[in-house]
Write a protein that binds this ligand. Sequence first.
Ligand SMILES: Nc1ncnc2c1ncn2[C@@H]1O[C@H](COP(=O)(O)OP(=O)(O)O)[C@@H](O)[C@H]1O
Ligand SMILES: O=C(O)[C@@H](O)C(=O)COP(=O)(O)O
Length: 428
Amino acid sequence: MKLACIADDFTGATDLANNLVRAGMRVVQTIGVPADAAPVDADAVVVALKSRTIAATEAVAESLAALRWLLSLAPGDAAPQVYFKYCSTFDSTAQGNIGPVSEALMDALGCALTIATPAFPDNGRSVFKGHLFVGDVLLSESGMQHHPLTPMTDPNLVRVLQSQCTRPVGLVEYRTVLAGAQAIRQRLDALRAAGTGLAIVDAVTNEDLMRIGEAVAELPLVTAGSGLATGLPPRWGFAPNEQAARLPAVRGRQAIVAGSCSVMTNCQVRAFIDAGGAALAIDPLRQADGADVVGEALAWAREHLAHAPVLIYSTAEAGAVKAVQQRLGAQHAGELVERCLADVACGLVELGVGQLVVAGGETSGACVQALGIESLQIGPQIDPGVPWCHAHSTVARGGLHVALKSGNFGGADFFSRAFGVLAASPAR
Ligand SMILES: Nc1ncnc2c1ncn2[C@@H]1O[C@H](COP(=O)(O)OP(=O)(O)O)[C@@H](O)[C@H]1O
Ligand SMILES: O=C(O)[C@@H](O)C(=O)COP(=O)(O)O
């Protein structure tokens, strides 16, 4: 194993695994920390946690448990590089968890300095002078300022990360990144010598990520979005390999469950409905008042599933989310809706759904856990950062194809296009 990865949510984990697979690595992705330490035959292992929005102390404990399990797979001198994956929009709360988890991993690995590189150019995330851009706008103007759980109101990542860390946070500026791997290494050495613990690294293009990937070969720990994963595999001689994308043959009905309230998911829900798709909205306030929202949704789905994909969604615009949160509290509203959509996902699978798209990171975490999925095999990419996967599930006898879509990923027609991509890709 060359790379031991810990991802702070489930969509992020498949995003990372997807980039590694496309770069030619054999990847095993587990859901949570497995109970045993059976040998794993893979070049990279990704442990998916649901630790992005939980208390920082719990996120640290879970991440360290994942680290211990990963390192137990590779005893002796062959220590893999450790990769802490978080969101390309640096999603975090005022308490963390990017800073506390990064520092705990540094302590555990005896790592004096690590990098923080959320850039993912294929999805329009770039970092320049420490500021994160989503497409053409700053993070804080991208819609992420309204995120239900992790509103991002400051685009200056040095400042954001510093507020979560005890160690000093520095910056590797773009002109250094452009100058190449040696210049980046020298800058990192200088920062380490000056006592800096974590360095935000500017990156705008995939070539930048290649240079950074080469420069960080000696670091025991890197922290990043999934973009950096494209820059690491060439170092070990891996090259792109399409064979890695073959999954078992498709079966079953098609459904989408959406709990993301991100700008792009709102747009995708609208596009699906405008194209005549069968869609049903979940009302969190009716659910809070005790209505059988799950039962109603499944009764509706039973009527529509035979004909085409169905969409069941709680996705709403910022104003509507705020109104729900004012009545229920942000945390409680989030948990309530996640529980509801997880029950809906299980019910859909019991109704014969074999191809399931879930939109939203926390939502995916809740659904995947409820479906009793322990590991995922990565298949063909639908859009950058979102692959189809295949999983064994305690609810789906015969296996399940799932696509876990990060809130802001995918084109506007993602929901209608996703199933065609799966049908068109050669099966194993
Ligand atoms: N209508 C709604 N009102 C309030 N909260 C909601 C609503 N719909 C979804 N949520 C919650 O918002 C959060 C969205 O987060 P997530 O699923 O990670 O999406 P994203 O990928 O966009 O970050 C979840 O906790 C979800 O339960
Ligand atoms: O890095 C990314 O942007 C994604 O992999 C990711 O983590 C997105 O999180 P959600 O939007 O919460 O799904």
